[in-house]
Design a protein around this ligand. Sequence first.
Ligand SMILES: C[S@@+](CC[C@H](N)C(=O)[O-])C[C@H]1O[C@@H](n2cnc3c(N)ncnc32)[C@H](O)[C@@H]1O
Length: 213
Amino acid sequence: MPRRALRKIDPALDLQRYLKLPDELPRPWNAAHLFDRDAPLEIEVGSGKGLFLQSAAERNPGHNFLGIEIATKYARFAASRLARGGLTNGVMVHGDAQPIFADLLPDNSLTAVHVYFPDPWWKKRHQKRKVLNDRFVKQVERTLVVGGSLHYWTDVQDRFLETLELLAAETKLVGPLEVAETPAEHDLDYRTHFERRTRLAEMPVYRAEFRKE
Ligand SMILES: C[S@@+](CC[C@H](N)C(=O)[O-])C[C@H]1O[C@@H](n2cnc3c(N)ncnc32)[C@H](O)[C@@H]1O
């Protein structure tokens, strides 16, 4: 499927409040300091162009949303969407989610973790780069509050089934809970850019939710 070029970011936008490097995050961790308020925190790993983060921050003003994106141009683009909307309950981190979870985030600190369409890393020698690996799923379980959820969607059936097995083997998270497809008439009705691409190509999307009990 052809990739559309990213729209130019308005140079007048001030991204400082919306885009952070891992080194700029509060240590020890203090989400209230990062967002200037205390609220339930949801994290998206691999935000891409930032559609989920923007719409989730708009629709749930009572929650804080942190996106983590390793690719510079996508992290900046996603931050620019938050800045354009003045969405002060959203922040993008330009960095690798793995050490942020392992080294920084405390136990029982996240209301939800969202992982949508993670890179499948087809080649065997690249598979250790997969975001949802055995170490990371344990970090997700550790950092979720009791009652918190992991949301995982993908268009790759093999990866989906493998990841469900991994979650069952490595964690006590309860699931997969079924997630229904929602109607989408407008670009902003899709959860992420990749969900839009997949559904417009009439390909299946595999969705699961897991809960910490
Ligand atoms: C296939 S894209 C999906 C983007 C978006 N979630 C969507 O559904 O449209 C996967 C994204 O995850 C990012 N990514 C991969 N590994 C990452 C990591 N360790 N930490 C943060 N982001 C990561 C990639 O740069 C890419 O933007």
